[in-house]
Write a new protein. Sequence first.
Length: 257
Amino acid sequence: SAIDACETNHGGCSTTADCRKTTPGNRVCVCKAGYTGDGIVCIEINPCLENNGGCDRNAECTQIGPNQATCNCLKGYSGDGKKCTYISLCSQNNGGCSEFAICNDTEMTERTCTCKRNYVGDGFKCRGNIFQELLRDFKTSRFYFHLEALSITDIAGPGPFTLFVPRTDILNTDPRVKDWLARGTMAQILRYHVVACATLLYNDLTTISNVTSLQGDPIQISYSQNSVYLNNKTKIISSDAVGTNGVIHIINQILVP
């Protein structure tokens, strides 16, 4: 009877090949679908090695089996992998930039944030003049309302100014505020929290001993236990909110001339 060469040891073919008998005692080895080789040795075909596996040029081709691949759009692109469309970062929430910044898409799915004219900052946080900024922060908004009610608009000018602002909750709860308003001295109190002609950052305050307020009286400055104190008892608890015409420091109580 004719010898079937494929009956013994799969005819010497690769396990990923088909053994096909031809004439008695002979056979041919043919690699299975998804493999390439001479039948004795068969290796998987990686479709990603040619034409990116049919994926979009802005997609990643990943081999998942013999001659099988999946396409996934790169970061910053959307689609099915066969076709990928660029996603503009700036089209969503202004690219994460400040509402007062201009977002510009750049290459490699990045973007830049640049503060608009009349604003300063890193693009992610942009501030206008300190008079405007008082209103935008709840912690300082009460100070703004008092300035506006008394028509004190000094800090809306070009400056520069340095502000020491008591927190909103302090201005709301200190019983002396009603008395100062009734006596007409609240304007003096507010001006005592303003220093004109200088933008004094926190580090600057650690090196000087006094400044003169817009009200006319001096404010004593001391540095102790890694904190800056005004008139020896009022502590700066938040600092260096820099605007276009000065800087805001938040303090833990009202300064009284």
